[in-house]
Design a protein around this ligand. Structure first.
Ligand SMILES: Cc1ncc(COP(=O)(O)O)c(C=O)c1O
Length: 459
């Protein structure tokens, strides 16, 4: 029997969307007009868009078919019950509350259960999660293992929670901890997975200190694949069985279905506690909508329900994780500095190391993002001194890293697109000494990376 090494895309393409080819000159002009901030480009001027993996995936024919089955009944829609059944089958949680995306689930949960001075431990809070904790005047405390903080360190489960640190937090500040969260995979830490063993450790501590345990489950299926392929003794289990076990260890979850829901919009909050669920539903009605649609159309609920079934299919996850690893391997082989090991949804380039002639205050991440766009029409995102450098008092402090994230949308690009991306990054790395830093000319006080304007510094 032939043994194949090539892992192919597990789909045929039935419908295509053209991408626009532009000349270097046109891209340079477009970028200058956008104030050298790729967020301000028109999407159609981008050839390969790796800005985010959120809501940018391709839906299957079955999802589009399900959309036509959408029931737009205001209360008690058939599509809600289908959605609820799929979520319950996967997670086992008693209450399923649809929301328009992940941050709405976070806001509803935190506004319902946090009070000023509370502490929410997590491996790493994603930025909206942190913001939704902090807006309640509570503290978002990151407790990822030390290996998770070192970009060059290889570890199979770099998203794991430091259990000793969690135990310390629960022992010292337990009275102020209404719930413990774990993000799977850990987006802020590079899309790195959390092991089942670690989740069991979190569960034990939550039992001992009597705390509810919630997953931020946006990329639960990618996490399940890493568990299957990396955690001893689990290779024989299906991703769905592993995902179910992950959820069975928790008391609830927040979910952005724009990632592992394989949908363009949607999310949910799911939980077991009746009293918390009632509070959350009441708040949902105020801001999102009736509890059987939560800000979504009936057809969105259908698309998410079908997406949650497809995302745990082995051929899909095999291809998904391998395609990220493939880009990562090509960059490593060419000597481009990247976060180790490859994450589940993105490759993170260490722009500070690659462009060591550009100091953090001159934004090496922006220099690299802009060069990738001008040279190759690729859009990535800076995660570094622009995103995190401005302090609440207005001063500047460079964060630990200046990264450029290339996030891969699900089922959108083929291997030749990824080959092109690798060639482009390697090509830009070869001319790195021609790249210059940038200066901010205009920026809002908060979340400045979205709208800041820049100016290239002279050679
Ligand atoms: C780990 C994590 N949590 C929460 C969210 C928020 O989800 P949404 O963008 O759907 O509001 C994201 C989005 O990127 C995420 O990566």
């Amino acid at each position: 029997m032939l043994q194949f090494k090539t892992i192919i895309e597990p789909f045929r393409i039935k419908s295509v969307e053209s991408i626009k080819f532009t000349e270097r000159e046109e891209r340079a002009t477009a970028l200058a007009q956008a104030g050298y901030n790729v967020f301000l480009l028109r999407g159609e001027d981008v050839l390969i868009d790796l800005l985010t993996d959120s809501g940018t995936g391709a839906m299957s024919a079955a999802q589009w078919g399900a959309i036509m089955q959408g029931d737009e009944t205001y209360a008690g829609s058939r599509s809600f019950y289908r959605f609820r059944d799929v979520v319950q089958d996967l997670t086992g949680f008693r209450h399923v509350i649809p929301t328009h995306q992940g941050r709405a689930a976070e806001r509803i949960l935190f506004h319902s259960v946090l009070k000023p001075g509370d502490v929410v431990p997590n491996n790493n809070h994603f930025d909206t999660t942190r913001a939704n904790v902090e807006v309640e005047q509570a503290e978002a405390r990151d407790l990822v293992i030390p290996e998770g903080r070192v970009p060059s360190q290889v570890h199979p489960f770099k998203g794991n929670v430091d259990l000793a640190a969690l135990e310390w937090t629960l022992a010292q500040d337990g009275g102020r901890v209404p719930l413990v969260m774990v993000t799977v995979t850990n987006n802020t830490g590079g899309g790195q997975p959390v092991s089942l063993e670690n989740l069991r450790g979190v569960r034990r501590l939550c039992d001992r200190f009597q705390k509810p345990f919630f997953l931020d489950a946006c990329r639960f299926a990618e996490n399940a694949w890493f568990v299957k392929t990396r955690e001893p003794g689990l290779s024989g289990r299906t991703p769905k069985e592993i995902a179910r076990e992950m959820f069975s260890l928790a008391d609830g979850c927040t979910m952005s279905a724009k990632k592992d829901g394989l949908a363009n919009i949607g999310g949910f909050l799911a939980l077991n506690d009746d009293a918390w669920a009632e509070r959350c539903r009441n708040l949902l009605i105020l801001t999102e909508g009736f509890p059987t649609y939560g800000g979504l159309a009936g057809y969105d609920l259908e698309a998410v329900a079908r997406g949650l079934e497809e995302v745990v299919e082995e051929p899909y996850l095999h291809y998904r994780i391998r395609s990220i690893e493939y880009l990562h391997e090509r960059l490593v082989a060419a000597g481009v500095q990247v976060i180790q090991p490859a994450g589940g949804h993105a490759v993170y380039i260490d722009a500070r190391a690659l462009l060591s002639h550009i100091p953090p205050r001159e934004y090496p991440g922006i220099a690299l993002v802009n060069a990738l766009y001008v040279e190759a029409g690729i859009r990535g995102v800076e995660i570094g001194s622009v995103m995190f450098g401005r302090q609440p008092d207005g001063s500047e402090k460079s964060p630990a890293m200046d990264l450029v994230r290339l996030a891969i949308p699900r089922r959108v690009y083929t291997q030749s697109h990824i080959d092109y991306v690798a060639e482009a990054v390697i090509g830009v790395a070869a001319i790195k000494h021609e790249l210059r830093g940038f200066r901010i000319t205009k920026a809002p006080a908060v979340l400045r990376h979205f709208t800041a304007q820049f100016e290239p510094l002279a050679a």
